[in-house]
Design a binder for this molecule. Structure first.
Ligand code: AMP
Length: 174
């Protein structure tokens, strides 16, 4: 419980960013503290260390920050999931709904082989649309999703509903 309080203290709330009514969870205040950043990475890696993860997928862009050190700790590879048009090679894509319109995520078509055990990492779970689209990409490629890890979960947005059946791990809940 003490740990949770410390981690929460390291997140900065920015009201009305990027638009009115949103409370943006600023993780830069967490990242700038070596002890807290390490605690977050260690806790995610420890939670999944017995699961024999082959590949971590980091979701652009804050998912890269946490996904990379988690992959390193798990002796796993790292696969970037990027916004449309950023990846240089042939891609597969998944489109998901936003409040207004849609967004598309892409992954290199050869990044994940059938049977690969995958951990999906992002900084924050809100409605779950981003993570859901990433899960679709992994499964399209034939990967097996072992779990999803988030530093922050906004429980009131019920993102887990979008991710039924998966093992979801989050460190800081609001
Ligand atoms: P969602 O697809 O609704 O689960 O949104 C998750 C993505 O949007 C994550 O990649 C987050 O980085 C970002 N995001 C959504 N809401 C917030 C928030 N309140 N503060 C910071 N990032 C957010």
């Amino acid at each position: 419980m003490k740990t949770m309080t410390n981690l929460k203290d390291a997140i900065r709330d920015i009201p009305d960013f990027p638009k009115k009514g949103i409370i943006f969870k600023d993780i830069t205040t967490l990242l700038s503290r070596g002890d807290i950043f390490k605690q977050v990475v260690d806790q995610i890696a420890d939670h999944f260390k017995s699961k024999k993860i082959d590949t971590v997928t980091g979701i652009e862009s804050r998912g890269f920050i946490f996904g990379a050190p988690v992959a390193y700790k798990l002796d796993a590879g790292l696969v970037p999931i990027r916004k449309k048009g950023k990846l240089p090679y042939k891609t597969i894509s998944a489109t998901y709904s936003l409040e207004y319109g849609t967004d598309t995520l892409e992954m290199h078509e050869d990044a994940i082989q059938p049977g690969t055990k995958v951990l999906i990492v992002d900084d924050l779970l809100a409605t779950g649309g981003t993570a859901r689209a990433t899960a679709e990409l992994v499964e399209k490629a034939g990967g097996t999703i072992v779990g999803l890890a988030f530093v922050i979960e906004l429980e009131f947005l019920k993102g887990r509903k979008n991710l039924n059946g998966y093992d979801i791990f989050s460190l800081i809940k609001y």
